[in-house]
Design a protein around this ligand. Structure first.
Ligand code: NDP
Ligand code: MG
Ligand code: MG
Length: 332
């Protein structure tokens, strides 16, 4: 059984007594910096002088210094720059300023799990990974709620690293929703698998294949878009609220019958065998190494895939239809 932690299990005064550096001010960085500050922690943001995020952080009333200055001042350093550049930022700006007793924090375990970052033995190494996009993490905090988080300790130099990590999570509002104890290995491997096989990769491929099948058979792209993409949200909302059971309770009996007999013809034993291969490539580091190499080469294939999908009929059809639905806000 998972170990769960809530408000009373975490002591906010621990993080309030530390000097926190949040390196990066993107999706997660802004949420962590603002919510920890509002929770009474002493926060500074580390950004390069030319950073585009600098003005936003300053407008929000945060003190912004360089990543190296932030790391030097602070004793809790949270690295929230993109995963492929974390090792470079760590080497250049953080490692030279790490002192015994400091704590190095991550929002995702990739760089520790695959050994791209190797911290010294005398610092705590912790992870607080909110299970939601950064903008939602911040919005939920402002509404007095929280996005759940998973928390891990890779290295416990102080003997108190877990309490520190829980305190940090409380500062984000996460203990209101629930915090689960994990390891860097479990978080990294399940996170990469989930986004590849189910959430992003699997779902996008399923939607595209369904849309293409209908359009190639001569049906109108607009109908195919509503059927294969738009309605997916309504179905997923029901699953989110009450699992597969609530979804099946709400859809027609015809849809439920089709679910039982056709689902396993689409996601077959071959699909599951491929999922196991995907998982093995995550576990043995193949995926991480390929991704870092692609990033360092200037993202040639990434940009190719991106452009191809931007021009896909699914996307151009969706843009047109969404612009006619006033309540669907692309910018929100
Ligand atoms: P973003 O891409 O949103 O944030 C990038 C930030 O890093 C920007 O402020 C950027 O500044 C800054 N940055 C880029 N290069 C440097 C540098 N060399 N030195 C200092 N700052 C730099 O990142 P995310 O928030 O998406 O991801 C951060 C971490 O959180 C990752 O480990 C990710 O896996 C994890 N995570 C992310 C989630 C999410 O919701 N996105 C969910 C859970 C975990 P600028 O470009 O202005 O210079
Ligand atoms: Mg994830
Ligand atoms: Mg992820």
């Amino acid at each position: 059984m998972a170990e769960l932690f809530y408000e009373d299990d975490a002591d906010l005064s621990i993080i309030q007594g530390r000097k926190v550096a949040v390196i990066g001010y993107g999706s997660q960085g802004h949420a962590h910096a603002l919510s920890l500050r509002d929770s009474g922690a002493d926060v500074r943001v580390g950004l390069k002088p030319e950073s585009k995020s600098r003005a936003k952080a300053e407008e929000a009333g945060l003190r912004v210094v360089t990543p190296a200055e932030a790391a030097a001042e602070a004793d809790v350093i949270m690295i929230l720059v993109p995963d492929p550049i974390q090792a470079d930022v760590y080497e250049a700006d953080i490692a030279p300023h790490l002192k015994a007793g400091d704590a190095l924090f991550f929002g995702h375990g990739l760089n520790i799990r695959y050994g791209f970052i190797k911290p010294p033995a005398d610092v705590d190494v912790c992870m607080v990974a909110p299970k939601g996009p950064g903008h939602l993490v911040r919005r939920q905090y402002e509404e007095g709620r929280g996005v759940p988080a998973i928390v891990a300790v890779e290295q416990d130099a102080s003997g108190k690293a877990f309490d520190l990590a829980l305190s940090y999570a409380k500062g984000l509002g996460a203990t209101k929703a629930g915090v689960i104890k994990t390891t860097f290995t479990e978080e990294t491997e399940t996170d990469l698998f989930g986004e590849q096989a189910v959430l992003c990769g699997g779902t996008a491929a399923l939607v595209k294949a369904g849309f293409e099948t209908l359009v190639e058979a001569g049906y109108q792209p607009e109908i195919a878009y509503f059927e294969c993409l738009h309605e997916l949200k309504l179905i997923v909302d029901l699953m989110y609220e009450g699992g597969l059971e609530k979804m099946r309770w709400s859809v027609s009996e015809t849809a439920e019958w089709g679910d039982y007999v056709t689902g396993p013809r689409i996601i077959t034993d071959a699909t599951k065998a491929e999922m196991k291969k995907v998982l093995a490539e995550i576990q043995d580091g193949t995926f991480a190494n390929t991704w870092i190499a692609e990033y360092k080469a200037g993202l040639p294939k990434y940009n190719e895939y991106k452009t191809a999908d931007e021009n896909h009929l699914l996307e151009t059809t969706g843009k047109k239809l969404r612009s006619l639905m006033s309540w669907v806000d692309e910018k929100a």
